[in-house]
Design a protein around this ligand. Structure first.
Ligand code: FAD
Ligand code: NAP
Length: 327
């Protein structure tokens, strides 16, 4: 028989937003349950050095997320390895179903499901996914020692991935549809100084070319955005880094969304269009999409949830009392 777990606050997601919400909700004595999802630790587990997390000049993304998990746990947050497959927000208590069969009943929900890598949608990209086509350099870069690689995109992720891949590849071609990168200046500077990286401006990926047996990539065909001219570039690996889309599957038909799928929140808060449901991090933020802003919103969501539960009489906090003790 399926187990039912009741909680005052269910946190869905284990990136910086989710774990920070876990720290704050625990310190507010709300005994939260946090469900980690398919990617415990979130997007930062797919990168190496993080240089803009305050307090750490440089920290490895996966290490930072292990520390955040330990912090949330130490404060009393229950962390569960499960994936929420269905969420009913039509009435309180809200109900979430986990892949494990567990049903979670919650008086308030904090959504922190973040974002996932976008794909170009080419049939050849799909065909070679996992066999030469990847969206995670830190996961798959090691397989391309001494090989030529291409990276598609012009944002922070593409530039960081290209730089990281120089640890393995003989050459990295960064293919971008414009001639201007949207990455941070410090990263662009490193990219331009790298002898192994060659940018290819005004081009898009047209086709991934490879063998069927064994399945593997041999080259990419790229198209000039103005002339349409096709050029073939030898490559054993193709890293697609064209941005991330909000992971809104659980709520896209229920909550108000903005900018093509981000969960809307009231300005200056994390309240969604359903009272008692709060959203934090990349799921709601199309603009900043940083670890530190996600963590900040995770804090806000826990404080908003505490206030909401107090007003409903669901938490042992007087409605007029100041929200959670900070510090
Ligand atoms: P995410 O980190 O996206 O985490 C989402 C969580 O939700 C995951 O744990 C996932 O398992 C969970 N989840 C999703 N669906 C479900 C479900 N159905 N049930 C349960 N759980 C679910 N930012 C910086 O500030 N500095 C950097 O140096 C930096 N480097 C980056 C490098 C790369 C390669 C990438 C991709 C991003 C980088 N970012 C960086 C951006 C940063 O990682 C994100 O802004 C941040 O991780 C967003 O945090 P989040 O908590 O909103 O969500
Ligand atoms: P992003 O900033 O949205 O950049 C996506 C890039 O892909 C853009 O250059 C875009 O081109 C290009 N692109 C999009 N669709 C394309 C298509 N169909 N074909 C070809 N090119 C396409 O995404 P991101 O780099 O993944 O970054 C996401 C967020 O995470 C950002 O907020 C970023 O700051 C953050 N992040 C931060 C760090 C860091 O702080 N060090 C590292 C990684 C990520 P255009 O430029 O022409 O639009």
């Amino acid at each position: 028989m399926a187990e039912t777990r009741k909680t005052k606050v269910l946190i869905i997601g284990s990136g910086p937003a989710g774990y920070t919400a876990g720290v704050y909700a625990s310190r507010a004595m709300l005994e939260p349950i946090l469900v980690q999802g398919i990617e415990p630790g979130g997007q930062l587990t797919t990168t190496t050095e993080v240089e803009n997390w305050p307090g750490d000049t440089e920290v490895q993304g996966p290490d930072l997320m292990v520390r955040m998990e330990a912090h949330a746990k130490a404060m009393g947050c229950e962390i569960i390895g499960d994936i929420i497959s269905d969420l009913d927000l039509s009435q309180r208590p809200f109900t979430a179903k986990g892949d494990s069969g567990t049903v979670y009943e919650a008086d308030a929900v904090i959504l922190a499901t973040g974002a996932r890598a976008k794909w170009l949608g080419l049939p050849s990209e799909d065909k070679f996914k996992g066999f030469g086509v990847s969206a995670c350099a830190t996961c798959d870069g090691f397989f391309y020692r001494g090989q030529e690689i291409v990276v598609i995109g012009g944002g922070n992720t593409a530039v960081e991935e290209a730089l990281f891949l120089t640890n393995f590849a003989s050459k990295v071609t960064l293919i971008h549809r414009r001639d201007e990168l949207r990455a941070e200046k410090i990263l662009i500077d490193r990219l331009m100084k790298s002898p192994k990286i060659e940018p290819l401006w005004h081009h898009v990926l047209d086709e991934v070319v490879g063998t069927d047996a064994p399945l593997g990539v041999e080259a990419v065909r790229v198209k000039h955005v103005d002339t349409g001219e096709i050029t073939e570039i030898p490559a054993k690996g193709v890293f697609v880094a064209i941005g991330h889309a909000p992971a809104n599957e659980l709520v896209k038909d229920v909550l108000e969304l903005h900018n093509g799928g981000y969960v809307s929140v009231k300005p200056g808060s994390t309240e969604t269009s359903v009272p008692g449901v709060f959203a934090a991090g990349d799921l709601t933020d199309h603009k900043y999409r940083q670890a530190v802003t996600s963590a900040g919103m995770g804090c806000m969501a826990a404080l908003d949830a505490e206030r909401f539960l107090a007003e409903q009489g669901d938490a042992e906090v007087a409605p007029d009392a100041p929200v959670a003790v900070v510090g």
